[in-house]
Ligand binder design. Structure first.
Ligand SMILES: Nc1ncnc2c1ncn2[C@@H]1O[C@H](COP(=O)(O)OP(=O)(O)OP(=O)(O)O)[C@@H](O)[C@H]1O
Length: 236
C-alpha cells in the first residue's frame, strides 16, 4: 500500500453533512491511497453510511472538500463522481429478484464496460458465472453481495466503497468475500465499512474509527486494533 500521507487518491477535508437540519458528519477528514484497503469502523449511528453516501455524491455536504486525484469534486453530482471512478456498493444495494443474474449485472455496464470487463468479473466471481441465466431470487446472501460488487466493478472504479459487504452472508462465504476484497485492494482503492471489526482490520492496512460523525481514532490497522480506545469507541 502506498503512503496515504504523500499520495492520496481521495482526500476528504473538514466534511460536514447530514439530512436536512440534522447534521451527522462534523469536520471529518481522511485520506485514501491509490491502492490498498481502508476500514471505516464505528458503532451504529456513528455516521459511516452517511460518509459513504456523501463521498458518492448522494448527499451534498454543507462544507468541506473532496478531492479525487487532486481534482476538487466536492460539487460534482453522483453520476459524474461515478464516471470519475468513485464506485459505491450500498448496504441496501438493489438486486432485482425477477431479473436474471446477467441482467442485474449488466445494470452496472456503462459505456466503458466491454466484453472483457464482464468476463473479468465472471472469472473473479465464478459463482456468478455459473448462474448467469437464473433469476437473482435464487441467489444466496453472499452471491447477492458478489453480484452487487461485480456490478460496481463494471463501472471501472478507482475507489470502491463497500457498505457492510458481509452483512447477511453465511459465515462460510464471508472469508471468500474478504479474499476477493484483498485481491481488489491490490489494484484499486477499497473503502470498507464493516461491523466485523477483526475481518475489516485483517483486510485493511489502515483504519478510521468514526465517533459521532468525526474521526476519533485512525492509523495503521495493527495500531488501531491494539489501541485501548477502540473498544470504548465501538461499544453500543
Ligand atoms: N435518511 C435519514 N434521515 C435522517 N437521519 C438519518 C438518515 N439516515 C441516517 N440518519 C441518522 O444519521 C446518523 C448516522 O447514521 P448512519 O447510517 O450514517 O450511521 P452508521 O454508522 O452507518 O450506522 P449503522 O452501523 O447502524 O449503519 C444516525 O443518527 C441516523 O439516525
Amino acid at each position: 500500500m502506498s503512503d496515504p500521507m504523500t499520495s492520496p487518491l481521495l482526500e476528504v477535508a473538514d466534511l460536514e453533512a447530514g439530512y436536512g437540519r440534522s447534521q451527522v458528519l462534523f469536520g471529518l477528514s481522511l485520506r485514501v491511497p491509490p491502492t490498498g484497503a481502508v476500514a471505516i469502523l464505528g458503532r451504529n449511528g456513528a455516521g459511516k453510511t452517511t460518509l459513504l453516501k456523501t463521498l458518492a455524491g448522494e448527499i451534498r455536504p454543507s462544507s468541506g472538500t473532496l478531492r479525487l486525484a487532486g481534482e476538487d469534486v466536492t460539487a460534482a453530482p453522483a453520476e459524474r463522481r461515478a464516471r470519475l471512478g468513485i464506485g459505491h456498493v450500498p448496504q441496501e444495494h438493489a438486486i432485482f429478484a425477477r431479473m436474471s443474474v446477467r441482467e442485474n449485472l449488466m445494470l452496472g455496464a456503462g459505456p466503458r464496460a466491454d466484453r472483457q470487463a464482464i468476463e473479468e468479473v465472471l472469472e473473479f466471481f465464478p459463482k456468478l458465472g455459473a448462474r448467469l441465466g437464473q433469476t437473482a431470487a435464487t441467489l444466496s446472501g453472499g452471491e447477492r453481495k458478489m453480484l452487487a460488487i461485480g456490478r460496481a466493478l463494471l463501472g471501472k472504479p478507482r475507489v470502491l466503497m463497500l457498505d457492510e459487504p458481509t452483512e447477511g452472508v453465511w459465515i462460510g462465504v464471508i472469508d471468500e468475500i474478504a479474499e476477493r476484497l484483498v485481491d481488489l485492494s491490490r489494484r484499486m482503492s477499497v473503502i470498507l465499512v464493516e461491523q466485523h471489526v477483526e475481518l475489516a482490520l485483517t483486510v485493511a492496512q489502515a483504519a478510521y474509527v468514526i465517533d459521532r460523525g468525526t474521526v476519533a481514532l485512525s492509523g495503521p490497522a495493527d495500531r488501531v486494533r491494539n489501541d485501548p480506545a477502540l473498544l470504548r469507541l465501538l461499544a453500543p
